[in-house]
Ligand binder design. Structure first.
Ligand SMILES: [Zn+2]
Length: 196
């Protein structure tokens, strides 16, 4: 089974300086829904792992989060895409939980739910802490240069490794960089073609 673990804010939808607290504030990134559709068509199942500390901070409630995800699933479906499950951490940082990324708890929950080790389950997202959590859980990791990493766009080319290592000293080793989710989809599907 091919399973992919994506980040949400800044990866699929536009990130905000504060929180995506209502469906109106959930806005897909250009090409992101279509990228998920292509990934699905390549035989990949897709789940999300997302920090939603706005719940723990009392900024929005579960009904709002469910409404946001209902809108997301509707837009994904309209693009021919499907996200099977959303694993989220509702806690505030001071709760000291094991599921708030960069802790690996959400990824471990996903491994248990799908009954698989994560050694062949890519983790891709714009936030360094998503990549760190994925690496801690044993996933191959991919940083997308959107959202929190948008300032690095255009710097993912060949020969940029030394410069990026200075810019991203905490990036887990072996992490691949991609301009955005559509570019990651291209890479992932090309890998499939090369190995099948
Ligand atoms: Zn948590």
């Amino acid at each position: 089974m091919k399973l992919l673990i994506l980040d949400r804010d800044g990866t699929i939808n536009r990130s905000r300086d504060d929180y995506v607290a209502s469906p109106d504030e959930w806005e897909a990134l250009p090409g992101a829904l279509e990228a998920v559709a292509r990934i699905n068509q390549g035989g990949w199942r897709v789940v999300l792992a997302t920090n939603q500390s706005g719940i723990g901070r009392g900024l929005f409630d579960m009904a709002s989060l469910n409404a946001i995800h209902a809108k997301m699933h509707r837009q994904l479906a309209a693009a021919g895409a499907r996200v099977e499950a959303v694993f989220f951490c509702p806690h505030a940082p001071e709760d000291g939980c094991h599921c708030r990324k960069p802790e690996p708890g959400l990824f471990e929950q996903i491994g248990v739910r799908f009954g698989m080790t994560l050694a062949n389950v890519p983790a891709a997202g714009n936030a360094l802490r998503h990549v760190q959590a994925g690496a801690a859980a044993g996933c191959p990791t991919h940083l997308l240069l959107t959202g929190k990493s948008e300032h690095l766009r255009g710097r993912a080319g060949p020969g940029a490794d030394a410069e990026l290592a200075m810019l991203l000293p905490h990036l887990p080793s072996g992490t691949r960089l991609h301009e955005d989710l559509p570019a990651f989809a291209d890479w992932l599907l090309a890998q499939d073609t090369a190995t099948s």
